[in-house]
Design a protein around this ligand. Structure first.
Ligand code: AMP
Ligand code: ZN
Length: 139
């Protein structure tokens, strides 16, 4: 199956491209949360954040910062969200890794309805330990 974002990279599918360098391309999301909603992607096809090659990560993050600054200045907004959905469970629908940069307006009425949880006593430490064990042991 063809990847729509690779099609954009290869100019086989149209997009409003706002930034491009050797490794990265950014363009407008065609179904925006707010107008100016931008996507920043590595040109190389990789499914999710974990599969972005290490030598593309710095370029990617730098481009996200550059595009965020441009969105703020160009659209005269003072806030934005950076979002990345990884995996179907997390809502990913295009399986070519991307960061969303979403300009925010006071009047945009977008509200995240988060179902926040509370840790039972001692539980927070247990979760931290489960993660910590793997942070320094990345094979
Ligand atoms: P996600 O659901 O996090 O995988 O985000 C995928 C995003 O890609 C969605 O917000 C879509 O609106 C956007 N999208 C899909 N196809 C295109 C396209 N051809 N041009 C621009 N944005 C697209
Ligand atoms: Zn792709």
């Amino acid at each position: 199956m063809k990847c729509i974002f690779c099609e954009i990279v290869n100019r086989n599918s149209p997009a409003e491209i706002i930034f491009e360098d050797e490794k990265i391309i950014a363009f407008l999301d065609n179904k925006p949360f707010n107008f100016g909603h931008s996507l920043v992607i590595p040109k190389i096809h990789c499914e999710d954040f974990l599969s972005v090659p290490e030598d593309h990560l710095m370029n990617l993050i730098s481009a996200v910062q550059a595009v965020s600054k441009a969105v703020l200045k160009g659209l005269n907004v003072s806030g934005f969200n950076i979002i990345s959905n990884n995996g179907k469970t997390a809502g990913q629908s295009v399986f070519h890794f991307h960061f969303h940069i979403i300009p925010r307006f006071k009047s945009d009425k977008h509200k995240y309805r988060l179902n926040l949880k509370s840790y039972a006593p001692g539980e927070m430490k247990r979760f931290a330990e489960s993660i910590k064990n793997f942070v320094n042991n990345q094979e």
